[in-house]
Structures are given as C-alpha cells and as structure tokens.
Design a protein around this ligand. Structure first.
Ligand SMILES: [Zn+2]
Length: 145
C-alpha cells in the first residue's frame, strides 16, 4: 500500500517571538527599502520549523522589490547545509500591502517554500506558500513559540 501523501498540506511555520522581532526590526531599520532574510531550519510535510535567520542585503536597493545577491544566496545555502539545516522560507517586507505581489508570485513558483511577508506600514505579517497542485497561493499558519 502506498501511504497517502499530501504535498499541499504544508500548513504551519513555527518560529520564536524573538526571531519574529528580529525580522520586524530588520524591516523597520531597512526603511524606506524592502528587507529580506532567509529562514533556515527543518521541515516535515506539515510543519516548517525555523531554527536560524540569515539576514540578507537587498541588492536591488529598491523600495518596492528585493533581490538577493547570488553569491550571498549560495553562501547561505552552503552554511545551512553545513549545519544540517535547509532553507525553509524567505522573509521580506512590504511598505504597505501584505499580499504577495505578482513578482513575488513568479519567485514563489521558482522557489515553492514558505514566504513570510511583513508590512511595515500595517505592522502585520502573514505567511504563504504556492500550492503546486492547484497553482494557488495559500496562507500558512504562523505559530509563534
Ligand atoms: Zn513582495
């Protein structure tokens, strides 16, 4: 018997309130630019567990979008691997809205891990993942510990 597998059942991300606070500070300190960070940790099919944050420089120097220097990205992946972790999520901030932009969506398709977005204007955060089956963006529950 093949066990039932639901790839789309990735539903929750766990991080500490200190980690969230660091991300919020990063976002506010980076204003007026968008900020970004990688979330390193472990994941099972339903739970993504953030262990460490890798704060990144927004190489685009943009107020409305972000991109990460490829070399910095490679280094981050290597370091995570060395520590037996993987990159399980991407954080970035928006000045206003909290929904993934059309550009975000494109990158979500390339990188279907959890996308955590913090709006500095609204002081709110939400997490999303692209459901590869339905090709729809779905919200992910954030569990703060
Ligand atoms: Zn965005």
């Amino acid at each position: 018997m093949t066990p039932l597998r639901h790839k789309s059942s990735l539903t929750a991300i766990i991080l500490t309130s200190q980690q969230m606070q660091r991300l919020v500070s990063l976002a506010n300190d980076s204003l007026p630019k968008e900020s970004c960070a990688l979330l390193a940790g472990n994941k099972s099919e339903t739970i993504t567990h953030v262990i460490d944050l890798i704060l990144m420089k927004n190489s685009k120097l943009s107020t409305t979008s972000f991109s990460i220097d490829p070399q910095e990205l490679i280094n981050a992946y290597k370091n995570a691997q060395k520590l037996s972790m993987e990159i399980v999520g991407i954080f970035h901030s928006h000045p206003n809205g909290i929904q993934p932009s059309s550009t975000d969506r494109k990158f979500m398709e390339l990188n279907p891990i959890i996308w955590l977005i913090y709006s500095t204007g609204l002081n709110r955060y939400k997490a999303y993942v692209l459901n590869e089956k339905t090709n729809e963006i779905q919200q992910v529950r954030i569990i703060m510990v």
